[in-house]
Each structure stands twice: as structure tokens, then as C-alpha cells.
Design a protein around this ligand. Structure first.
Ligand SMILES: [Zn+2]
Length: 341
């Protein structure tokens, strides 16, 4: 089968990879219908994370082609959406809603790589969720978004306790930040402040439910959030970048007693000052999103056409042109690139 491999930073190739096979009785083999490029795929692309002939991709929707003997909830021919982390969905951690830290957790990105024609998904019952039927083609981008960016933005909003009566600020206007805006709206937030300085992303943020836009960043951005909240700060802040600056901006924009939901992958250089944290009196909750927790609900919202997260894909390319997709995202010409098969 064909699959995307990153040979070295900036070097994205379509290569012939070995066809996946059932190894364990809990596995399923899926044929991908669509996949995409994640903001986190840009870390190795830019040489920030090591990469050496690595199979790429961790977002996916597709059709079940083959199942192991112990797979019970899926059958051949089902259309499925999967999480970017493998989970059994039965251990104590999964049952508590943290499937991304399952005792059997495995990241789809480093070993499996779903920027490919087919993929082997371990713990298929605990990782994949079947849709009510085969989706109309226009629903596919939204279902694909549920696999990571929507689930991640949703977790961030839940972790930040977005809800009725709350003012929510969102740091980061990439796909995940925009999904955080959508999630905060769905969870009933009263006011949603999107922090963005790009006109196209501001427009999408407004469409997804943002009531205010703040262009300022850093301390100036924090001052602006305080101005908009009677000097108190937001009740809920979603952090969707992962740098030291964005984390500090999120913490400082949160009122005492408020909540920060952080889902930007933290990289080297993020160090939180304990003394400032001590006096901030904010709740911090984040990490790799347990997308599997939210998948059944998100699939239903998409199926009923109540949300349209697929609009974050502003460029679609065939899998064979993945290299151009990486370049477009790296150069910020695209918010998120869908790869069709
Ligand atoms: Zn588990």
C-alpha cells in the first residue's frame, strides 16, 4: 500500500509500505476514506522533534475491512472514526474518561501512521466508533475532524469548565483553538473571546460562536481580556498552542478560581513559575485529549448536522500530494489539510 513517510525534517515522501495484517484478535484493519495533516506533524517537519523515516498521520476515518476474532462491536463494512490514541476502553483509567492514558495506550502517529491507504488499529473495540451508517460525502471532513482536532478542542473546553454563564477565552487560532470556540458554544458559554490576528481565522471563529476577537498577544492580550471582564479575567481559558508564552498568557488571563484547559503540546522551553502559579489560584487541567470519551456524542452532533467542524479544512489534496500539504501548513497558507484517498 502507499503511505506517507517523513524521511527527515521537511522531507515528506509517498512510499510503498507493507500491507497491514491482523496480529492480535482485538485488531481491525481499516481502509482509509480520508486522513489529514495535524499541526503536531509540523514539529518533526520543522526539526523540533526527531524524525527518521517515520510513518506519519494519526487522524482517520475509514471502512472496516477485516476484524480479529475477539472484536465484538464492529463488523466488516462499518464506517468508523478512531481516536489518535489506541485505548482498550475498559481499564480503570479509560473508565474514568482518560482513554488517552489507557494502560494500553499507544500513539497512532509514531507506529501506525494513518496517512496511508490502510491501517491496523489495535484494541479496535476500545478505539474505534462506528457511525450510524455510511456518511454522505459532505459529512466526511467533519467526522475526520472528530478524530483529533474537534475532540481535542472539546476536551479543552470541558477541562476549562466552559458552560452557561461563563466567559471563555481561547488562546490559539489554529484548528484546535477554533474547535475550542465551537465546543464552548455547544457547551453553552455566554461569551467567547477568540485571540487571533488573522482575518480568515477570525471569521471562522465568529462563525463557530466567538462573540469577541482580541488581536493583542502576551501581556497586552491579557490586559485586553481583563478589560472585557471587569478586571477579573475569564472564567475559562483554552490554551491551544503549547509554548511558554501561550501558557503564561492563558494562566494570566484566567480569574482566581477559574480553569485553564491546556491541549497545546508543550515543548522544550515551557517552564511555569511556581510562585506565580501559587498566587494565581487557577485550576490547570490538560494533556493529550481523551478523544474516545467524546466520540459517540460528537459523531451524533455531526450526523444530526448540528455542528460543522469540517470547515477547518481549507485545503484538500490527494494523498500523493501530501508533501505540498505539509508545506502549505508550514507556511500558514492553510489552517488544516485534508488528504483524500
Ligand atoms: Zn484503558
Amino acid at each position: 500500500m502507499r503511505g506517507i513517510v517523513m524521511a527527515a525534517p521537511g522531507d515528506v515522501r509517498v512510499e510503498e509500505r507493507e500491507d497491514p495484517k491482523i496480529i492480535k484478535p482485538t485488531d481491525a484493519i481499516i481502509r482509509l476514506t480520508a486522513t489529514c495533516i495535524c499541526g503536531s506533524d509540523l514539529w518533526p517537519y520543522r526539526g523540533v522533534e526527531p524524525v527518521n523515516h517515520t510513518p506519519m498521520g494519526h487522524e482517520y476515518v475509514g471502512v472496516v475491512e477485516e476484524i480479529g476474532d475477539e472484536v465484538k462491536t464492529l463488523k466488516v463494512g462499518d464506517f468508523v472514526v478512531g481516536s489518535f490514541v489506541i485505548s482498550d476502553n475498559t481499564c480503570e483509567i479509560c473508565q474514568a474518561g482518560y482513554q488517552s492514558r489507557c494502560v494500553h495506550a499507544e500513539f497512532v502517529s509514531q507506529t501506525i501512521g494513518t496517512q496511508a491507504e490502510r491501517a491496523r488499529i489495535p484494541f479496535a473495540d476500545g478505539t474505534l466508533v462506528a457511525t450510524p451508517g455510511h456518511p454522505a460525502p459532505d459529512l466526511i471532513p467533519s467526522l475526520l475532524a472528530a478524530s483529533d482536532v474537534l475532540g481535542t478542542g472539546w476536551f479543552a473546553a470541558v477541562a476549562a469548565e466552559a458552560g452557561p454563564g461563563k466567559t471563555v477565552a481561547v488562546v490559539g487560532d489554529g484548528a484546535v483553538g477554533l474547535m475550542g470556540v465551537l465546543a464552548a458554544r455547544q457547551l453553552g458559554a455566554e461569551r467567547i473571546i477568540a485571540m487571533s490576528r488573522h482575518a480568515d481565522r477570525q471569521a471562522l471563529a465568529r462563525e463557530y460562536g466567538a462573540t469577541d476577537i482580541v488581536e493583542a498577544r502576551g501581556d497586552e492580550g491579557v490586559a485586553r481580556i481583563k478589560q472585557l471582564t471587569n478586571g477579573l479575567g475569564a472564567h475559562s481559558v483554552i490554551e491551544a498552542v503549547g509554548t511558554h508564552e501561550s501558557m503564561m498568557q492563558a494562566i494570566r488571563a484566567t480569574r482566581p478560581g477559574g480553569h485553564v484547559g491546556f491541549v497545546g503540546v508543550a515543548h522544550e522551553g515551557v517552564s511555569l513559575p511556581a510562585d506565580e502559579l501559587f498566587f494565581s489560584e487557577v485550576h490547570l487541567h490538560g494533556g493529550p485529549a481523551p478523544v474516545r470519551r467524546f466520540l459517540p456524542h460528537l459523531i451524533q452532533l455531526i450526523w444530526d448536522r448540528k455542528i460543522n467542524p469540517g470547515k477547518v479544512f481549507d485545503l484538500t489534496l490527494p494523498l500523493a500530494e501530501a508533501s505540498e500539504g505539509y508545506k502549505a501548513m508550514h507556511e500558514r497558507r492553510a489552517i488544516k489539510v485534508l488528504l483524500s484517498l
